[in-house]
Every structure is written in C-alpha cells, then in structure tokens.
Design a protein. Sequence first.
Length: 422
Amino acid sequence: MKWTTTLIGIPDAALDPPHGVEVCPDCGLIQRLPPLQGRGKLACPRCGHIMERTSGRSINAAMAMTLSALFLLIPANFLPLLSVDIFGVHHQSVLASGIWGVAAQGWPVVAVILALELLILPFLRFSTLAVVLLQLDAGHYPSWLGRMFRWSEWLDQWAMLDVFLIGFGIGYERVAPFLPIEVGTGGWCVVGLAFLSMLTRATLERREIWRRIGPNVESLDLDQEYIGCGHCGMPVAAHQEGQACPRCAAKVWRYKPQSTMRTMAFALAGFFCYPFAYLYPMEYNYQIGKMEGYTIMTGVMKLIDAHFLLFAAIIFMASIVIPFLKLFSLSWFFISVRTHSVKQLRLKTAIYRLIKTIGRWSHVDVFTVTVFLPLMHLSGLLAVYVGDALPAFLAVVVLTMIATEFFDPRALWAAYLMEPHE
C-alpha cells in the first residue's frame, strides 16, 4: 500500500509529519495526507488527482466571497439587466426575462432548467455554503454539517451564473453594433456575482473543510480492508459498504452501483439528441418580413465575420468541441471498464476530471440566446425565436453532465487493482 501523497508545485511548501488518512476519489488509493506548510499542493501518486492545495486558499476569504454573493443575488435578480432602444421603443430585461420568453414560445421544460440553473440553484449553493462556513467559523459542528457541505459541492456544478457571464458578454456584443444597449444595475450585479462565484471556488479548499467537519481517520488497522467515500474521501471499513459515511452521510460504495450502465444510458441519450442540436437552427431572427435561422456553426461564422474572434472561439469550443469530447470520452470509459482495460488509466482519469470541470461551460450558447431574446422585439418588425436545436443542444449538455456525475472513475482502476503489485 502506498501511504504518502506526492508533494508538487511551489518549492517553499513543506510537509509536516504524516498524520491523516484519506482516499483518492478518482482511483481509490488509500494514502496519508500530511498538512502543508507554505504554498503547494498534494497529488495522488497513482492518478495525479490534487488531494489538497494551499496556494491562494483561505476559508475566511471564501466566506467573505460567499456572503457578498448572497448580498448581490437580490439586486441581480430584480434590477434591470439590459436595456435597449429600438426606433424609440424602450425595452428592458431582468435576469428572468429570457427564461419567461423561452417559456412563452412553447418550451416550458427548457425554461424550468434555465430557471433552476440561473435563479434557484445559485441561491441554494451560496446559502448552504454560507451556513457551513459560518458554523465552522463559530466552532459549531452539528451532525448535519457534512451533509450540507456535500449538497453545496453538488450545487456548485449546476449553479451557472459564472457560465452565464460569458453568454451575457456575447449577447451584449451581438446587439451593441446595431442598437444602443446599456448594462443596467442588475447586469453589473450579475457580473459581480459571476466573479464572486469563480473566486469562491478558487479560494475554497474542500479538503480543509472536510478535515474541520470531521471525524478524521488518523490510522488504519492494516489487518482490515478499507474502502473510501467517493464524496469526502473518508476511509471506511469494507464490511460497512452501503452504509452512510460518518462524515458526509453519503452511502459508501467500493464502486457506485450500476455506474457504467447508467453513464452509458445517459450518454446514448446525448448521442440521440446530438445531430438535432447541430442540424437545426438554435434561433430564428425575424426582420421586416424576413425569417432567418442560425445553427451553432453559422452563429460561429457570424461572429468571425463581425471580427469577434475570441467569442467565436469560445462558442466553437463550448458548443462543438466540448460536447463531442464528453460523448467520446464517456464511451471510451465505458468500453474500458467493460473490457477490463488497464491501458492509459492515468490519462483516462485526467480526461474524466477535465470533462467534469469544463462540461458545464457548454451552456454558453443557450445563455447567449436567452440574453437578447427579450430585447430584440418590435411588433411586426423585429423578433427572435427559439430554434428547434436549442432544447436538443441543452439536452446534450445536461445529459452528458448527468452521465459524468454517474460515472465512477474508480471503476477504471478495478482491473488494475486485481493484478499483483508491489
């Protein structure tokens, strides 16, 4: 058994004597996780997962960012987002305007998903995280604290205000060359919220949070087999598989039950929606009797023609490259697990971490449409309509995110662990 993590990163980091035992969530390796002095990070020696980093991390800073974000949520939701004048007619939108517009055009399921991602889940994410950090700051450790932090971590993947910022910027730039558009107070609050969301994620060291929540394992009985919680990394005796983790209350499994089959089911659903997302228009623009549809690729070309090369590159990567990468990677993982392949395990695990991190950013094109949808409206002269590709594309993004959530990267290492190793 390999016990000590690998110290990587900035040279001024140093290790105290080993004292804690944690389990890598990506490969299941049980290892000592010593505290760091100075700046640096600890990596799993088997798969390279960053177990802990101290550079730029601060619980107090994360708490300040979280409370500031909660403060901005109310004006961001209710104050004007954007305003535009079209032939003397003034149009003004709030964050929910695009969502109502999508619902009014006959796409209620899409509207519900957008409302969750932009209105409800951000509030729940910052609220739960604020409660956890305030409890820790006060020195209170109620039994439900680990469960709440686990929920907060899950909500972070689905609260999309930071992703919305990119769609907001692209939507603004698409309108600004043709019409006088102004960012309202609510718009600036959304910008602030997006940055606070990213800064909260950047300053929060989850391993330190779990360590403070406890309980922690200082040593193991080497005569007993252990497995790890896939959420908080706590080692648990193997005979307790299926029971609640003492730290985060999630059920502890050696491998998630039916993980690969569930992953492939959602990935196949994503494959089914994939061609519709790219062959049909994402939006229709109506201008003085003329209706024109724009697919994802024609939207990219329009941005290139308008010399918005950075935005074109973002849309191309987020809407074309990333969904394909996710579907291809998930299929590769499924085949690897089913064939018990032990090749390129470290690479596969790294790709899993990549698609789990970047998958949510594929929402950019959807958010771009919802930004200017409520603004571009003048009865009989000008309108924007949701295209048939938008719900199909959103389905691809959401289904692949769910598939990634279901997948257990530890299953990739199952065949490797059955082979003899020193």
